[in-house]
Design a binder for this molecule. Structure first.
Ligand code: GLN
Length: 189
């Protein structure tokens, strides 16, 4: 099993470090041939407008959509969640639009734009995960096929739709491997 990490912008190195710690091979994805060589894809946090534009420039958007439709698992964190969303409130920025969700960018406002909190995560009920939020989005609408995996103060912050997983926070910036391990459990091997 080889996991691709979209490496156009953002904290892809932290995702790779987490995968290395778990003992899983990873590869940076910047062009079509990289994508062809991987079984699943992580879209990191960063700046969703930049990631979206660069995906189009390198023609990765269409290819990622096609792979997702064939069942390739994708995990988006923060900006990665935004890029996966069908609707982004108040924005026409480029996106994959694969998940039937609406997101609000920078939803926690300026005062508390970065914070940490313990977050319940449905697939790991034994104890909460540490949620690192950095100018994080929230999910303001979920379509019928979307499962809510985490909420924080009544706001939806983690979702799953079939082979697609997204968190508004950054598990790659913690020592907790459980969300990455959960994602890996979705990958056929
Ligand atoms: N605020 C960023 C955006 O809208 C996301 C921040 C992040 O990924 N930590 O793209």
């Amino acid at each position: 099993m080889k996991i691709g990490v979209l490496a156009l912008q953002g904290d892809f190195l932290e995702h790779r470090a987490m995968l290395t710690r778990i003992g899983v091979e990873s590869r940076e994805v910047r062009k079509l041939s990289d994508l062809e060589a991987v079984d699943a894809l992580i879209i990191p946090g960063g700046e969703s407008t930049t990631i979206g534009k660069l995906m189009e420039r390198y023609e990765l958007d269409k290819a990622i959509r096609a792979r997702a439709e064939q069942g390739m698992p994708i995990f988006g964190t923060c900006a990665g969640m935004i890029v996966l969303a069908k609707e982004i409130e108040g924005s026409t920025q480029p996106r994959l639009g694969l998940m039937d969700i609406t997101v609000v960018r920078n939803a926690f406002g300026r005062q508390i734009d970065s914070f940490e909190a313990d977050i319940p995560f449905a697939p790991t009920p034994e104890r909460p995960v540490r949620g690192v939020f950095i100018r994080a989005p929230i999910v303001s609408r979920v379509g019928a096929g979307v499962e809510v995996l985490s909420t924080f103060e009544d706001k939806i912050v983690a979702v799953k739709q079939g082979n697609l997983l997204a968190t508004a926070f950054h598990p790659e910036l913690t020592d907790d491997e459980r969300i990455h391990r959960y994602f890996l459990s979705l990958v056929r091997h």
